[in-house]
Design a protein. Structure first.
Length: 290
């Protein structure tokens, strides 16, 4: 029974991570009014990478080459997820982006089932069906067209689901600080390369102090703190249980978007958001099966 308090602590920590990630949606939307998507990611993840590297140097603990290699591969998946999410966020609302990103949670048991070559549980299939119906209500226009931004965020949801599964497989094998540093450095480098298509230097130089403050806040809470906590917590809980805690992210995103941007999901979109959340929870009901 001694593992129960540690698992509870891990779940509460993951819940806090989901809350901070939810807050990044409206803040990111504000930042994207000044900076291009990749410039924003390059600045945010460079701040995080430099901080993590300084922590490694202060600790004087070398990171094994295998941690750099596998962390870099996982970081590439993470970069693709953030690239799709941030590009999509510039084209859709923060609240819609949060709920569509939340679909990654329902995708986790499907990817895990494919990894272990077994059929998904009936609750998973039912949850995905409900969440898909919710996605249609949330995203389809009266002309039965899906916003390009919503499609980009849907691609991001798959990447984030794959990232959760990979962390679940590798978290126990490496020191959290070194493994997270390898991921964040990879995202920072790839973002910086992509940012050169957006003329980043003039945009960054002209960015007001408030934008820098938002990016720094997200770098510390939603990047450094969040991923260190995730890697630590997934040592003591399953990938599916992690997914259940992350169902709070779209709720936090919608609340933050309302408080900061005044965004409101009403009518059909509100019903779609509720169905997505219900589908996510339904897909995660059998917590210890995956």
């Amino acid at each position: 029974m001694s593992h129960i308090p540690r698992r509870l602590a891990a779940d509460l920590a993951l819940l806090a991570v989901a809350g901070f990630w939810g807050l990044t949606f409206p803040l990111g939307k504000i930042v994207l009014s000044t900076l291009g998507p990749f410039t924003y990611l390059a600045v945010r993840f460079s701040i995080a990478a430099l901080t993590l590297i300084a922590s490694l140097m202060a600790r004087r603990a070398p990171v094994p080459w295998r941690a750099w290699l596998l962390g870099g591969a996982v970081g590439a998946v993470l970069f693709l997820g953030y690239a799709l999410q941030t590009s999509g966020l510039a084209l859709t609302t923060a609240s819609k982006s949060g709920f569509i990103t939340g679909l990654s949670v329902a995708m986790v048991p499907v990817i895990s089932a494919a990894w272990f070559r077994r059929a998904p549980r009936p609750t998973v299939l039912a949850g995905i069906a409900v969440a898909t119906a919710g996605l249609a209500l949330l995203s389809l226009t009266e002309a039965a067209r899906v916003s390009p931004g919503d499609l980009l965020v849907l691609g991001c949801a798959f990447c984030f689901a794959l990232h959760i599964v990979l962390i679940g497989r590798l978290a126990r094998a490496f020191d959290p600080l070194g493994f997270v540093t390898a991921q964040i450095v990879t995202v920072a480098v790839l973002s910086a390369v992509a940012a050169f298509t957006e003329r980043p230097v003039p945009a960054v130089a002209a960015a007001p102090a408030a934008i820098w403050g938002m990016i720094a806040f997200m770098a510390v809470t939603g990047t450094i703190g969040a991923f260190l906590i995730q890697v630590w917590a997934q040592r003591f809980t399953s990938a599916s249980h992690t997914g259940l805690m992350f169902t709070f992210e779209p709720v936090a995103a919608a609340l933050a978007a309302y408080l900061i941007l005044g965004e409101v999901l009403a009518g059909r979109q509100a019903l779609g958001a509720a169905l997505i959340l219900a589908g996510i929870v339904l897909a995660e009901l059998n917590l210890d099966a995956v």
